[in-house]
Design a protein around this ligand. Structure first.
Ligand code: BV8
Length: 232
C-alpha cells in the first residue's frame, strides 16, 4: 500500500550506468567529448543527416542491450520492499527496469522504443533492433528514436516534478545537473525531505543536498541499507 509507505524519488543520470560500461556525456571519455550533440541529438541534426543520427542511436541501443544493471541499480530496487520508490531518469537505457525497479519515468525517452515522425508520434517497441532509413511505423512515416533531443519539449516534466514535491527522501545520482529542465527538478524537493546527491563531480552543488562523492556502486548500497534499517 504505497499510500502509507514513505516515498523516495531518485533522479538519475548517465553516471549510474557508467559502471555498467555505458559512457556518460561530459566525463573525460564521455559521448559529447568526441561527438557534437548539436549534430547528433537535435531536430536540426535529424533534418541534415538522419542516417548519421540513426547510426549513433543504433550503436548506443546495441550497447545498452548488452550492458547489465550494476549494484547501484539493484540496490535502488531493494528499497521497494519498504518504500514507494519512483525513479525519474534522464537515461535512455533500461538498466533501472532490468535491475528490478518497477516505477521508472524516462524524462528523455528510451532507446528500446522508436516513434513515427507524424504529429501522431506512434510508438513501436524495438528492443535492440536498429532503425534504418525507410523503416516506417503504422501510419507510414519514417521511424526515429523515441528520444527527447535538444530543443524538444520534455513532456514528462510535470509528473516528475509532482513526484519530487511529495518525496520524503530525494536521491540524485550520476548527473552533472547541466541539462534543463531536468536539472531544475532538484529544487522541487520539500524542505523536510532528506536530500542526497551521489556523483564524482558536480557542475553545481544543489542546495540542501548531502554529497556522496564516490562511485554509485560503492555509495548507493550502504545508503540503501541505512534507509531500509530506518523503516525496520
Ligand atoms: C527544452 C537525449 C524547450 C537522449 C538528452 C542555455 C542554458 C540553459 C539551458 C539551455 C540553454 N540553451 C538551451 C537550453 C535548453 C537545453 C539544455 O539544457 N541545454 C544544455 C546543453 C545547456 N535543454 C533542452 O533542449 C531540453 N528541451 O528545453 O525544450 C521546449 C519547450 C517547449 C517546446 C519545445 C521546446 C531537452 C534536453 C534533453 C536533451 N536530451 N539526452 C540521449 O541521447 O541520451 S541530454 C543528455 O545529457 C542526458 O539525457 C542528460 O539529461 C544530459 C546530462 O547528462 P548527465 O546524465 O548528467 O551526464 P553527464 O555526463 O553530464 O554527467 C555525468 C555525471 O555522473 C557527472 O556528475 C559525473 O560525476 C557522474 N558520474 C560519472 N561516473 C559515475 C558518476 N556518478 C556516480 N558513479 C559513477 N561511477
Amino acid at each position: 500500500m504505497s499510500a502509507t509507505r514513505p516515498r523516495i524519488v531518485v533522479l538519475s543520470g548517465s553516471g549510474i550506468s557508467a559502471e555498467s560500461g555505458l559512457p556518460t556525456f561530459r566525463d573525460a571519455n564521455g559521448l559529447w567529448r568526441d561527438h557534437d550533440w548539436r549534430q547528433l541529438a537535435s531536430p536540426e541534426g535529424w533534418r541534415r543527416h538522419p542516417e548519421l543520427l540513426l547510426e549513433f542511436y543504433n550503436e548506443r541501443r546495441a550497447a545498452a542491450a548488452q550492458a547489465q544493471p550494476n549494484a547501484a541499480h539493484r540496490a535502488l530496487a531493494m528499497l521497494e520492499a519498504n518504500y514507494d520508490v519512483h525513479i525519474v531518469t534522464q537515461n535512455v537505457d533500461d538498466l533501472h527496469e532490468r535491475g528490478g525497479s518497477t516505477q521508472v519515468l524516462h524524462l528523455h525517452g528510451e532507446l528500446a522504443w522508436a516513434r513515427g515522425t507524424s504529429p501522431r508520434r506512434l510508438r513501436t517497441h524495438l528492443g535492440a533492433t536498429p532503425i534504418r532509413i525507410g523503416d516506417v511505423c503504422a501510419d507510414g512515416t519514417q521511424l526515429r528514436p523515441d528520444i527527447v533531443w535538444f530543443g524538444e519539449a520534455v513532456d514528462q516534466l510535470e509528473p516528475a516534478a509532482e513526484r519530487v514535491a511529495q518525496a520524503n527522501k530525494v536521491l540524485v545520482v550520476g548527473t552533472s545537473l547541466t541539462v534543463y529542465p531536468a536539472a531544475s527538478l532538484v529544487d522541487f524537493a520539500p524542505p523536510h525531505a532528506e536530500r542526497v546527491v551521489c556523483a564524482l563531480e558536480l557542475e553545481r552543488e544543489p542546495a540542501g543536498y548531502r554529497w556522496l562523492r564516490g562511485p554509485a556502486t560503492q555509495e548507493i548500497p550502504p545508503l540503501v541499507e541505512r534507509w531500509l534499517r530506518e523503516t525496520g
